[in-house]
Design a protein around this ligand. Structure first.
Ligand code: TEU
Length: 548
């Protein structure tokens, strides 16, 4: 199969189906809701939709716990709806990638049920270990969701435990077993044969545990050295590439946790042949100390340094500031509500100016902000509840626990999409599964679209420009400046160059002297003089005179 590498020229838009658009009034977004918004997505100018899981699931982790990989979650619709979505997208020139969650299944998956019923074949699909003498767990590992990663398996007298790096309803698969490999390869082919354009591969660099020995004690995730980007993991990815992906004009983007640049390089090296791109996390950790729950003041320069490091370190990056696990970028990186519009546009401008494939998360195009939750009762996310329990057991008092959760909870990004200023933001006619942000009266698609100077208008303009510009699509990156607040870089292809400059301050800042040339695009209408305005972004065509 000849590869077109279409993803190198694509802009991706992530849909979290539960929160996107509800067509039948049950308060949960669904596939027909997405179908009803295809024209909207097409007008945005996006090329690929990344669909968070729509497979059958008991929803312990909102679909990341899959009980049937070849069927659709009934509250999202039917396979016929999915086929219609795929076709409707195709007709508009939009491709769809699926979320592929293969580190674990749901404990309600048939494989796990049969394992529990005692079928050896299926027991061998999971990681089941004997407890150590004296009633001890098989090892001292930690868990991603602030839980214990071992849960008794079946009859307690057998002293067996199964491993779950995430929720206890997400048992880890045993990638030592070739049958697991064959099952997953088959699932991938099933969706690729339907015409999907690839996969976003959930926590893909932890699937192969090289050893089950105790780990070095750490604040979080003790044991991770035994499973982060192991050799066995590389072998599996390489095999899936050869056996499956090479037969389709499709791509993979791996969600790769805790990777550094050398690991990212190995995972995406074309000659090694594993993944096409990775989602690295380092830039998403620029405002934390140790673990994500301990947020510190955002220092723009730290973000700039990390972005530059990855631009220089990896041939092709995935560019993102948001997804369904991260707080909203405008709340995180932009000070003060009055700059929401300019700041949202600047962040969009930044993603669309860097080298790589840009990914946007639903609502980012209208500058949606973190959820407006008042207490834990309003939070649904399992991780937040587990963290609360753990913090409580450590004696952390409630106001502090709530502060951490309110700032960092994944539900911040999962509040329903704000379509209109009408009832329930036009998301549903029923009761939304998660509290809407009351700011939908001001922040919504309808209103933004009616504003010539809206965020969507800027997104469309900038995205269209990027797609027409070989320099932005494939030019080399070089940093020109990363000061306390001002970031600037050049993109160059042969003799042609563009200079992008960003002011991360809520005050004016001096425009660097090298920012000269034709002003191609900016998030402000009027050209700036000697100083950049708050959160101003300008793209210059190098050569020519300043602001002409
Ligand atoms: O996330 C994996 C992951 O490591 C984190 O980003 C996760 O959100 C968590 O905060 C760790 O502290 C992926 C999915 O994106 C996430 O939604 C799933 O819950 C998780 O895998 C398990 O499938």
């Amino acid at each position: 199969m000849e590869k077109t590498y279409f993803w190198k020229n694509s802009t991706v838009y992530q849909i979290y189906p539960r929160s996107f658009c509800d067509s039948d009034g049950d308060g949960v977004g669904d596939i027909r809701g997405i179908i009803s918004k295809l024209d909207y997505l097409s007008e945005l100018g996006i090329d690929v939709i990344w669909l968070s899981p729509v497979y059958k699931s008991p929803n312990d982790d909102n679909g990341y716990d899959i009980s049937d990989y070849k069927d659709i979650q009934p509250e999202f619709g039917t396979m016929a709806d999915f086929d219609e979505l795929l076709e409707g997208a195709r007709a508009r020139g939009i491709k769809i990638i699926m979320d592929l969650v293969i580190n674990h299944t749901s404990d309600e998956h048939e494989w796990f049920r049969r394992a529990l019923a005692g079928e050896e074949k299926y027991k061998n699909y999971y990681i089941i270990k004997k407890g150590k003498p004296g009633g001890k767990l098989p090892n001292n590992w930690g868990n991603f969701f602030a839980d214990c990663p071992w849960e008794p398996f079946g009859n307690p007298e057998n002293n067996e435990y199964y491993l779950h790096l995430f929720s206890k309803k997400q048992p880890d698969l045993n990638w030592y077993n070739p049958e697991v490999y064959n099952e997953i390869a088959d699932i991938m082919r099933f969706w690729l044969d339907k015409g999907v354009a690839g996969f976003r591969c959930d926590v893909i660099n932890v699937i192969f545990k090289e050893s089950f020995a105790d780990g070095k004690r750490r604040l979080a995730l003790t044991g991770k050295e035994h499973y982060i980007s192991t050799e066995g993991n590389h072998r599996i990815l390489n095999a899936l590439r050869r056996d499956v992906m090479d037969n389709y004009d499709a791509f993979t983007v791996g969600e790769t946790v805790m990777i550094d640049i050398p690991m990212g390089r190995d995972l995406t090296d074309e000659d090694r042949g594993e993944l096409d791109m990775v989602f690295a996390f380092e830039h998403m950790e620029c405002d934390q100390i140790g673990v994500k729950w301990f947020k510190t003041r955002f220092k723009p320069r730290k973000l700039m340094k990390i972005l530059t490091k990855w631009q220089n370190g990896i041939k092709w990056n995935s560019l993102y500031f948001e997804n369904h696990d991260q707080p909203r970028s405008v709340t995180r990186f932009v000070k003060g509500g009055e700059h929401r519009k300019a700041g949202s546009k600047m962040l969009i401008g930044l993603l669309l100016s860097l080298r790589g494939t840009p990914y946007f998360y639903e609502g980012q195009e209208i500058g949606m902000t973190n959820g407006a939750f008042n207490s834990l009762d309003e939070i649904v996310d399992i991780e937040s509840h587990n963290v609360n329990k753990m913090a409580k057991s450590l004696g952390i008092l409630n106001p502090w626990r709530w502060k951490l959760i309110k700032t960092t909870s994944r539900d911040n990004a999962r509040t329903p999409m704000q379509w209109t200023s009408g009832e329930n933001a036009g998301f549903t006619t029923g009761k939304p599964w998660l509290k809407l942000n009351p700011n939908y009266k001001e922040i919504n698609v309808e209103r933004d679209l009616s504003d010539e100077d809206g965020i969507i208008a800027f997104f469309k303009k900038m995205n269209a420009y990027r797609k027409s510009s070989q320099v932005l699509l494939s030019g080399e990156f070089s940093e020109l400046m990363s000061s306390k607040y001002v970031y600037a870089f050049e993109r160059r292809l042969g003799d042609e160059a563009l200079i992008a400059v960003f002011n991360f301050a809520d005050k004016t800042k001096k425009l660097p002297e090298f920012c000269k040339g034709e002003r191609v695009i900016s998030n402000y209408t009027e050209p700036c003089g000697e100083r950049l305005r708050p959160y101003e972004f300008v793209l210059y065509k190098a050569g020519g005179s300043l602001n002409d």
